[in-house]
Design a protein. Structure first.
Length: 211
């Protein structure tokens, strides 16, 4: 329960602020990563229980709990903040937010599919366009439970998922990249989307040098 000098109540661990069920998945994932880096997940999962009133560790536990609680408060909307500001236990607040907002929202999943299907490069650079796609893919993954076993079915699904991402990325490119897009689709086996991004990004850089 050691507190590092950088563990201050005013710290913003993540840039994403929780507003409701529409971004709970992204927010909770970012917070878990940050809390894991700080070695403080035990204060939200209940594994670090509050010591008894006579324990010499009680004061230190209360300090750590207050720090984690402040980190949560720093990353929620003003409306949610007003509802948890009088709370005293980080685990209880985390559990309450999870129960309220950790719901698979069918309308949001539908919306993400639409956003992915309609996203095109337009005036964006390859990097910005790909980053926007990645954000949508990651949000979708946070809302839907995907197979994670090492079985053949899981491997086949992951291969299909990679192929879908590759096609989504290529379809949204400007027509000026039609040539390299066709070359990419003729590769056997097809590259994963990250490799395709690297190839097309290099093409973009090459054009910039020539221009």
């Amino acid at each position: 329960m050691y507190l590092h000098p950088s563990d201050t109540p005013g710290t913003n661990l993540v840039i994403e602020h929780l507003v409701g069920n529409e971004n709970y998945g992204v927010w909770s994932r970012a917070m878990l990563i940050a809390l894991r880096a700080k070695n403080r997940t035990s204060f939200i999962d209940g594994s670090c229980e509050k010591p008894s009133g006579i324990s010499p560790l009680l004061h230190q536990w209360e300090r750590c709990n207050a720090i984690v609680l402040s980190w949560i408060m720093n990353t929620v909307s003003k409306e949610l903040f007003n509802g948890i500001v009088y709370s005293t236990n980080a685990q209880s607040v985390w559990k309450d937010l999870k129960e309220r907002f950790d719901k698979v929202n069918g309308s949001r999943i539908f919306s993400i599919h639409g956003e992915i299907g309609s996203l095109v490069q337009g005036n964006m650079t390859i990097s910005v366009y790909f980053t926007k796609l990645r954000q949508l893919w990651d949000e979708y993954a946070s809302l839907v439970t995907l197979p994670s076993c090492g079985c053949a079915t899981s491997r086949a699904y992951l291969e299909h998922d990679q192929q879908q991402k590759l096609l989504q990325f290529l379809m949204g490119l400007n027509e000026s990249y039609g040539g390299i897009r066709s070359q990419t689709l003729m590769m056997n086996p097809l590259p994963i989307v990250g490799q395709a991004y690297s190839l097309i990004s290099q093409e973009e850089s090459h054009r910039g040098i020539i221009a």
